[in-house]
Design a protein around this ligand. Structure first.
Ligand code: CTP
Length: 408
């Protein structure tokens, strides 16, 4: 925690009193706290108590002119290594999920690109309400970490889930976030990595296209995991259905040719991971007008031409221009290791993440992946795990190489 700064947003709930102990724990461990007290929060704890424990000014009002002169709210969120919302009330969660920015707390949460951890606290019926369930799902999909709530007696006299996690638990969650994320200054700090992800859409005419079943979940998770290790990540994503991660720079593309152009613009980089399911072919001379059925019974013939192979193009760049580590994927249905090993040689990349995409595996579009990593040293079978876990493991391996080689 030493040297780390936590932006602590204290919402309006009875659990706000627990934040005083949380501030004490963070400061004792060498961290600093920038406190923000919502108007409702200040009904439960006083700015004076918070300021005394934090040893810093308490921020409450978006329209504090002296701060605004120095772009106060942007600065506040930029200076933090982690944003913590405790208690995260049902109202604050709804504002976050909806992207509202009507006060300082919600504006900071919308303006930040720093990782966010929330500690929800509310009456159990509010916690169980369909609206809160929806908001929680949105926030989790946005990459926001959640600690608690716990089950127990509540201030309102009821029993159930909704009690805010204890200060010690929130402190542990903060340490874990700072530790494994490294958030700023992690193992990949100063390293730039390009990730491609998702399917591509190849137009037939203005309303029709060729596509594939890739959701973009694995690529998004890899980009998030690399960002969490401190890398400067550019995620070039086709039209994915999985949510895009918070943190990496996102470049949205449609076609394989646009993806190649975006990758070219994103170079130079220290590493590149090609997780996209790029369409191998596009329609030659796609029509700029909708092709009419016409009623004559004739079927249009679609002539296909090969798309550029983005992975091969990057892997075969001359030394100095080529990223030090180039990782491809091989989606196979038969002879996984043999085909992926041949693909590694043919494309000229350093590693291939080979996965079996036979329909019975449920991998394409599913939440899990089973990967065999092919390197110059051979094949290494990884246990089947969530795509997030596979991404973390890959990011750690990438950090081993880019760290060890001291790549500039
Ligand atoms: N890839 C790419 N550009 C393409 C096609 C593929 O960058 N035009 C990348 C993918 O992102 C992946 C790897 O190449 O990392 C392998 O893709 P895959 O579809 O499995 O292999 P193909 O080269 O298309 O070979 P085949 O379909 O014959 O198995």
């Amino acid at each position: 925690m030493r040297g780390k700064r936590i932006l602590l947003i204290i919402g309006g709930g009875i659990a706000a009193y627990k934040c005083l102990e949380l501030i004490r724990l963070i400061r004792k461990a060498g961290g600093a706290v920038s406190p923000v007290l919502t108007r409702a929060g200040s009904q439960f704890v006083t700015p004076l108590a918070v300021a005394a424990l934090a040893g810093e000014k308490v921020h409450g009002d978006l329209f504090d002119l002296s701060d605004e002169a120095a772009m106060g709210h942007i600065e506040l969120s930029r200076a933090a290594d982690l944003v913590v919302v405790a208690p995260a009330t049902a109202d604050l969660m709804a504002k976050m999920a909806g992207g509202l920015a009507g006060d300082l707390a919600s504006t900071l949460l919308l303006a930040t690109d720093t990782a966010v951890l929330i500690a929800p606290a509310m009456n159990l019926r509010m916690w169980q309400h369909a609206a809160t369930r929806r908001n929680l799902a949105t926030l989790t999909a946005d990459g926001i970490a959640v600690v608690g709530p716990n089950e127990g007696d509540m201030a309102c006299g009821e029993y159930g889930p909704g009690r805010m996690a204890e200060p010690g638990e929130i402190f542990a969650a903060i340490s874990a976030r700072l530790g494994d994320a490294g958030i700023r200054g992690g193992r990949l700090a100063g390293r730039r990595v390009i990730v491609t992800s998702g399917p591509t859409h190849e137009p037939i005419d203005p309303v029709r296209y060729l596509a594939n079943r890739s959701s973009g979940a694995q690529g998004a998770a890899i980009a998030a995991a690399l960002h969490a290790l401190g890398a400067d990540v550019v995620l070039v994503s086709g039209p994915a259905t999985a949510p895009l991660p918070v943190g990496p720079q996102i470049v949205a593309v449609e076609t394989a040719q646009e993806m190649l152009a975006a990758v070219e613009r994103a170079l130079p980089a220290d590493g590149a991971v090609f997780a996209a399911a790029v369409a191998d072919w596009r329609v030659a001379g796609a029509s700029d007008k909708k092709i009419k059925k016409g009623g004559s019974g004739t079927v249009p013939a679609l002539e296909l031409v090969e798309n550029p192979d983005i992975l091969r193009w990057v892997a075969q760049l001359p030394p100095g221009k080529r990223p030090a580590l180039v990782v491809g994927f091989a989606a196979e249905t038969d002879d996984l290791v043999a085909n992926a090993t041949a693909k590694r040689a043919a494309k000229g990349c350093d590693w291939i993440m080979a996965n079996d995409v036979s329909p019975e595996t449920g991998i394409m579009g599913g939440p899990e992946n089973a990967v065999t990593l092919i390197t110059a040293d051979g094949a290494e079978e990884w246990p089947r795990a969530s795509k997030v876990e596979v991404a973390r493991r890959l990011a750690a391996r990438i950090a081993d190489v880019l760290d060890a080689e001291g790549v500039a």
